[in-house]
Design a protein around this ligand. Structure first.
Ligand SMILES: N[C@@H](CCC(=O)N[C@@H](CS)C(=O)NCC(=O)O)C(=O)O
Length: 103
């Protein structure tokens, strides 16, 4: 059985709004890491869909076709770092990591 950090076979679906700072953070990260994704603009209905699947009515959120969801930009990026590897965007030093996790 694959571990929970396996890459989805198909691109992620990023629920976001152009005016959302946290959405911009995750979108920039996905582009930088060249992680395949498509975009779904958030509206009333899609915000409810995020809520049903994550328990929070916030963007950004990522949906995989296999049913997995990621939400909350900092843990999302930490999870994607584990999953995709490559040159890390987060410092190794725990103190510096802490400061990165608060923005
Ligand atoms: N801690 C969350 C914060 C996300 C957040 O606050 N998103 C705002 C937009 S930037 C939102 O979805 N607001 C909708 C609402 O509160 O109803 C993250 O880092 O992703």
């Amino acid at each position: 059985m694959p571990n929970s950090h396996h890459k989805p076979a198909e691109p992620w679906l990023l629920y976001r709004s152009k005016i959302s700072y946290f959405s911009g953070k995750v979108e920039a990260y996905l582009k930088y890491k060249q992680i395949p994704f498509n975009i779904k603009e958030v509206n009333h209905w899609t915000l409810n869909k995020i809520y049903w699947n994550t328990g929070v009515k916030k963007m950004p959120a990522l949906e995989a076709k296999d049913g997995r969801w990621l939400f909350d930009s900092t843990p999302m990026i930490q999870w994607l770092e584990e999953c995709y590897g490559g040159v890390p965007v987060l410092p190794k030093d725990p103190a510096l990591r802490f400061f990165c996790s608060s923005c």
